[in-house]
Design a binder for this molecule. Structure first.
Ligand SMILES: [Zn+2]
Length: 65
C-alpha cells in the first residue's frame, strides 16, 4: 500500500486547518425566491415558510400564497 514519503510538517497541518476553519465561519446564505428574504441554504425560509417551491411551515399571513 502506498505510504506518504515524508511526514506533514506542523506548518502544513496548521495551514490546512486554518483554511478549513475559515470556510466554516461564513454560513451559506441565499435569498428566498418567494419573498426575497436572506435565508440559510437548505433551510425553510423563516419569513414565509417556503422551501424549494413548497410551503413546509405554515404561516398565517402567507396562507393564501
Ligand atoms: Zn421567503
Amino acid at each position: 500500500m502506498a505510504t506518504p514519503k515524508r511526514k506533514v510538517s506542523h506548518a502544513r497541518t496548521s495551514q490546512r486547518k486554518a483554511k478549513w476553519l475559515g470556510s466554516l465561519s461564513s454560513p451559506v446564505t441565499m435569498s428566498c425566491p418567494k419573498c426575497g428574504e436572506v435565508t440559510l441554504a437548505h433551510h425553510a425560509c423563516p419569513s414565509c415558510g417556503f422551501y424549494r417551491g413548497h410551503q413546509v411551515v405554515s404561516k398565517k399571513e402567507e396562507a393564501a400564497g
